[in-house]
Design a protein around this ligand. Structure first.
Ligand SMILES: [Zn+2]
Length: 251
């Protein structure tokens, strides 16, 4: 019976115990790093969701171009009216000139000169109308382009927002799962190790437990003497790097 219990529940060897303390810390850190990454991404997404500066700037541009277009349309209409009114004046003067009601040669000469003068000014007014039409067309083109740009941006934003919300909800599920896993992992860590781990992690910014690779600390690169390498592998107390103080894990 006693032999059977030993078989079923073997006492951990010193080696296993050591591995267990260092590997428990390593496992805890893996979870903490994943938690850090997930929380950072959540913050990034929340900030992206709150930031609609690009859409606001594009809306502002559309509004300003709409004002410009309204002004251009008004200017064009005034120029059209000026041309129409000048044509009426010319028509009326020509009627007097050719209608037969005026017979005095001096008056007829004055009328002739007036018609010529009115026609010269008509050319100026027609040039202004052409300019106003071109400006209106340009303003219309700019407004259409900006409106299209805004519509595209809004469509992209709707799509991006849906994607980000999806990612956010999956991250929140991850965070809940990780918190549960962390609670279990903390239970496997010695209280003194946990305290040191917490202090160290705060001090070095994330990586408190690092792998020993090729006989060196993978964080600071210090080479460890053979005897120290053995300690990393075998000592019950998790071994700390003599240079950077991080916990070393043999892996
Ligand atoms: Zn180190």
């Amino acid at each position: 019976m006693c032999a059977m219990r030993t078989l079923l529940y073997p006492r951990p060897t010193l080696y296993n115990l050591t591995m267990s303390r260092a590997s428990s810390l390593y496992r805890l850190q893996e979870l903490d790093l994943e938690l850090d990454r997930s929380r950072a991404r959540v913050a990034e997404i929340e900030s992206e969701l709150a930031d609609d500066q690009a859409v606001q700037a594009a809306s502002e541009r559309v509004r300003s171009l709409e004002d410009k277009l309204t002004t251009a349309r008004t200017d064009n209409l005034s120029a059209e009216h000026a041309v129409a009114s000048q044509l009426e004046k010319i028509h009326s003067s020509e009627q007097s000139l050719y209608g037969g009601s005026v017979t005095n040669p001096k008056e007829l000469q004055d009328l002739q000169m007036e018609v010529e003068s009115l026609k010269r000014y008509l050319e100026t007014l027609e040039d202004r109308l052409l300019e106003a039409m071109l400006e209106m067309e340009e303003a219309q083109a700019q407004f259409d382009k900006a409106t299209q740009g805004l519509n595209d941006l809004q469509a992209e934003r709707i799509q991006a927002t849906a994607q980000l919300r999806g990612e956010l909800s999956s991250l929140k599920e991850d965070l809940e799962r990780l918190a549960i896993e962390r609670q279990a992992a903390v239970g496997d860590v010695e209280p003194t190790d946990l305290k040191r781990y917490g202090e160290l992690r705060e001090r070095v910014g994330g990586y408190a437990v690092v792998l020993m690779q090729g006989g060196s600390c993978s964080a600071c690169g210090v080479d460890l003497a053979h005897s120290l390498q053995q300690e990393v592998r075998n000592s019950e107390e998790p071994f700390r790097c003599p240079q950077c103080s991080r916990f070393l894990y043999a892996g």
